[in-house]
Design a protein around this ligand. Structure first.
Ligand code: SAM
Ligand code: SF4
Length: 370
C-alpha cells in the first residue's frame, strides 16, 4: 500500500481552470500520455526483449561492432508492478480531469499494452466525458483490438495508433516476439472500417533488422491511406542493448523515401514531434519522428503518467514524481493541481542522448508509456 505521507490539503485556489502547467523554460503542457499497465503480451526487441531471436540479433550485431555485450542469454530484467500499485480507473480519471483543468488538451492512453487492461472501454468512456479533452487517442500493438474495437469506438475513442514494424510475418515475430502480423493487419483494417481517423501506424526502424522495409512500409501506408510514423530507435529497451549504430536516422529514412516517392511537406503544429510528408500521387501520409538525431525538446509539451501513478516530465527523466499519496490519501483536487504545477516547473530542458553524461532511465518504454 502507499505509505502514509502527510499530504497538504491546500485551499481551493481557483475553480474551473486552475492555472497552467508551465515549466521554467516557458513550455506549456498540452499533451498527457497515460500508461494504464506496465504489462505486455509482446516482447519487442526495442522495448521488452526476452526472446532468443532478439538475443541472437543483438549478439550478432554486438559481435560485429566488437562489443562484448550482451552475454549469452538475455533475461527479462523487469518485474511487473504488483496490482495494488497500479492506478485504478477512477484514480486515472481524476489525474486526467485535474490535468485538463490545467490546460492539457490531448490524452493518449498507452502502456505496456493498454488492451490488456480489463474493461478498458469503461476507462475510455470516463475520459471521453471529461470536458476539455479535445483529443483522445490510444497506442496499441493491435493484438487484442479485434475483440475490443467496437466497445472502444462506442466509448468515445476517436484515434488509434497501431504498431507495425514489419510486413514480413517472420520478421514481425522476430521483432515483437509474437506471431502477430495477421492480427496487426486485421486491427488496422478494422480501425479504418469503424471510422477511427486518422489511423496511425508506428514503425520503429532498427539498422540491420527492418530498415530494408522502409519503402515497403511507406507503400503500404499510401495504398491503405494510413498515417505512418517512422520512429528512431531510442535507448529505452529493457536490456540496455541500444547502440547508436543501430539507429537509422530520420534523415536517412527521408532520403530513402524521397528517392522512391514524390513527397510534399505537410505543415504541422510547431509542437508536433513528427515531420510530416504527403505523397504527391496518392493518399496516406508519412511522418518521421527523430528524437535521437533531431531532438524536439525545445518545444516539448508532453507529460507522462505511469501505470503506477508516477509523473515523468521527460521520456528520459531520471526522476519520477509519485502522485499516489495525493490520490490515495485525503487530498483535494486543488492540492493535486498544485502538485502537478510544481512538478512541471522543473521539467528537464531536454534529453542528453549522445552526451557523455547520458544515463538511460531505469524503466523501459513499456513502463513509461510511449
Ligand atoms: N504496446 C503498445 C504498442 O506497442 O503500440 C503501446 C505502448 S508502446 C511502449 C508505444 C510505442 O512506443 C510503440 O509504437 C513502440 O513502437 C514505441 N517504442 C517502444 N520502445 C521504443 C524504443 N526503444 N524506441 C522507439 N520507440 C519505441
Ligand atoms: Fe509491448 Fe508495445 Fe513495448 Fe512492444 S512496444 S513490448 S507491444 S509495450
Amino acid at each position: 500500500m502507499a505509505s502514509r505521507l502527510a499530504v497538504p490539503v491546500l485551499p481551493g485556489r481557483l475553480s474551473g481552470m486552475r492555472g497552467e502547467l508551465r515549466d521554467e523554460h516557458g513550455r506549456v503542457m498540452r499533451d498527457l500520455r497515460v500508461s494504464i499497465t506496465d504489462r505486455c503480451n509482446f516482447r519487442c526487441v526495442y522495448c521488452l526483449p526476452e526472446t532468443e531471436e532478439a538475443a541472437n540479433f543483438y549478439r550478432t550485431r554486438f559481435d560485429a561492432l566488437r562489443n562484448p555485450r550482451p552475454a549469452k542469454s538475455i533475461p527479462l530484467n523487469y518485474e511487473w508492478k504488483p496490482k495494488h500499485e497500479i492506478l485504478r480507473f477512477e484514480e486515472i480519471e481524476r489525474v486526467v480531469r485535474v490535468a485538463v483543468s490545467l490546460g492539457i488538451q490531448k490524452v493518449r492512453v498507452t502502456g505496456g499494452e493498454p488492451l490488456l487492461r480489463r474493461d478498458v472501454a469503461q476507462l475510455i468512456a470516463a475520459l471521453a466525458r471529461i470536458p476539455g479533452v479535445e483529443d483522445l487517442a490510444m497506442t496499441t500493438n493491435g493484438f487484442l483490438f479485434g475483440e475490443k474495437a467496437e466497445a472502444l469506438r462506442t466509448a468515445g475513442l476517436r484515434r488509434v495508433s497501431i504498431s507495425l514494424d514489419s510486413l514480413d510475418r517472420g520478421r514481425f515475430q522476430t521483432m515483437t516476439g509474437r506471431d502477430g502480423l495477421p492480427a496487426a493487419l486485421a486491427a488496422i483494417e478494422q480501425a479504418q472500417r469503424l471510422g477511427f481517423a486518422p489511423v496511425k501506424v508506428n514503425a520503429v526502424i532498427i539498422g540491420g533488422m527492418n530498415d530494408h522495409e522502409i519503402e515497403a512500409l511507406a507503400e503500404f501506408a499510401r495504398d491503405r491511406r494510413l498515417s505512418l510514423r517512422f520512429i528512431e530507435f531510442m535507448p529505452l529497451d529493457s536490456n540496455r542493448a541500444w547502440q547508436r549504430d543501430l539507429v537509422v536516422s530520420g534523415r536517412t529514412i527521408l532520403e530513402r523515401l524521397r528517392a522512391r516517392f514524390e513527397l510534399v511537406p505537410v505543415a504541422g503544429h510547431p509542437t508536433e514531434t513528427a515531420r510530416r510528408w504527403a505523397f504527391a500521387d496518392g493518399s496516406g501520409e508519412i511522418g518521421i519522428i527523430a528524437p535521437v538525431t533531431e531532438p524536439f525538446c525545445g518545444h516539448c509539451n508532453r507529460l507522462r503518467l505511469t501505470a503506477d501513478g508516477k509523473i515523468r516530465t521527460c521520456l528520459f527523466s531520471l526522476e519520477e514524481h509519485d502522485l499516489r499519496p495525493w490520490l490515495r490519501e485525503e487530498s483535494s483536487d486543488e492540492a493535486l493541481a498544485e502538485r502537478l504545477i510544481e512538478i512541471v516547473t522543473h521539467k528537464e530542458a531536454g534529453h542528453r542522448i549522445g552526451q557523455p553524461d547520458f544515463v538511460q532511465p531505469a524503466r523501459t518504454m513499456s513502463c513509461i508509456g510511449g
